[in-house]
Design a protein around this ligand. Structure first.
Ligand SMILES: *Cc1c(COP(=O)(O)O)cnc(C)c1O
Length: 405
């Protein structure tokens, strides 16, 4: 399938290019010291991760440790409550640790082991990436340093406890606002000093090349499984697929299975409280081109050109940019990016729980809300959404703030 001159039959051969660009987005904007480290990871990725041994070991881990393949569920009662469109969910909430993030963390830490690294370094905001990293590091027996803003540590006590139980070293970062941005800077600094013996693992399809490529490829297990499962279940492809977009890793991996198919693809960004600056994190909707955290993409900036403050009820979605591949697929028109606000996401959170017995992560509830609206517009056909994670982590906050709906 071809769109705006891009042939999706051969897409994965050409995107990203050898310097990590998807069109004009991507690249690697880091210090010369870190650039050396990125090149080492890139070279290791193209050799080690393409080897038979690595691939078969990762396959075994996915099956025996992560519990893959995750199933697809037909959301029959939810579908019937809307009309004739049949809605299905790919169940990443059933992946070990309860979300998709472990898919790329297991790949990255397995790579670290093959590279002979002695330690893994990561940052975390809400703690979801930290928990997935701590899990992978424990599995492979590698020490794990997680940098986390002191303010976030205060707010995310259960995830901090999980990381510590799993044996990770949670390092508080007290500079500036003491949240994700400062944690990213601190993790990069630590890594630059120690890159020979350690590896830095990023939490989404963001950051300098090769991370957007590598994380997309590790996450593409979602889309590859989903395409085969859905065609086996129904005898055809879905008419549309939907995933939420924070940095964009669950969406990138899910979409990868369907880019060359006659399937409408929808990414969902968080509209938070509304479209005023600071009230949302819909970077592709309202942002402009810029460089942050080592890559060029579309981002939300403040008056000075720095990453703007962003907000969403879903802490996994409140990031002021999205991965470069999403910026590219947005410009090319292969993926439609829409938005869902806090309120609709909270409604969908309860609706999926009540009608299907699945409590979704509040991030994933954005995709559920969007799919319900899309079903009304379509009138007939099928929608497959990616349920990126389970909602146990969100229950206390949602009930405390919104009550039981
Ligand atoms: C972290 C997270 C997200 C957002 O990250 P992406 O990189 O955009 O996928 C979405 N859903 C869940 C459950 C998460 O934990």
């Amino acid at each position: 399938m071809t769109q705006n001159g891009i042939d999706f039959e051969t897409y994965f051969k050409h995107y990203p290019d050898e310097n990590g660009y998807f069109g004009k987005y991507g690249g690697s904007y880091v210090t010369p010291e870190l650039q050396k480290a990125m090149e080492e990871i890139r070279d290791a990725y193209f050799t080690i991760c393409k080897s038979r041994r690595f691939i078969s070991e990762l396959r075994r881990i996915r099956k025996e440790f992560q519990g893959r393949p995750t199933p697809i569920s037909h959301l029959e009662r939810l579908s019937a409550s809307i009309g004739n469109v049949q809605i299905y969910a790919k169940r990443e909430d059933l992946n070990h640790t309860g979300a998709h993030k472990l898919n790329h963390c297991m790949g990255e830490v397995l790579l670290a082991k093959y590279m002979g690294k002695k330690k893994v370094i990561a940052e975390t905001g809400a703690g979801q990436h930290g928990v997935a990293m701590a899990t992978a590091a424990a599995y492979f027996g590698l020490p794990c340093d997680i940098y986390m803003g002191a303010v976030d540590i205060e707010k995310q006590a259960p995830n901090v406890a999980r990381m510590k139980i799993l044996g990770a070293n949670v390092i508080p970062v007290t500079e500036g606002l003491a949240t994700l941005k400062e944690a990213v800077d601190a993790a990069f600094r630590a890594y630059a000093q120690d890159y020979k013996d350690s590896i830095y693992c990023i939490g989404s399809v963001v950051g300098p090349h090769p991370f957007p490529l590598m994380v997309r490829d590790f996450q593409s297990v979602i889309g590859i499984e989903a395409r085969a499962q859905f065609t086996e279940m129904t005898g055809e492809l879905p008419d549309a697929i939907v995933a939420c977009v924070g940095g964009g890793s669950n969406a990138a991996g899910f979409f990868a299975g369907f880019l060359n198919d006659p399937v409408a693809i929808h990414g969902v960004e968080p509209l938070g409280r509304g479209k005023q600056p600071g009230d949302h994190a819909a970077s592709l909707q309202y942002g402009e081109e810029g460089i942050m955290h080592g890559f060029n993409s579309i981002m939300l900036k403040d008056e000075t050109g720095a990453p703007a403050p962003v907000y969403s009820v879903a802490s996994g979605l409140d990031y002021p940019s999205s991965g470069p591949e999403h910026a590219f697929l947005h410009d090319v028109g292969r993926v439609q990016y829409g938005t869902v606000g806090d309120d609709a996401a909270v409604d969908a959170f309860f609706k999926l729980a009540r009608m299907e017995g699945i409590i979704p992560a509040i991030e994933s509830a954005h995709a559920v809300a969007y799919a319900m609206e899309l079903a009304k517009e379509m009138g007939r056909g099928s929608i497959l959404l990616n349920l990126s994670g389970r909602g146990d982590k969100d229950m206390d906050y949602i009930i405390g703030k919104y009550g039981i709906r």
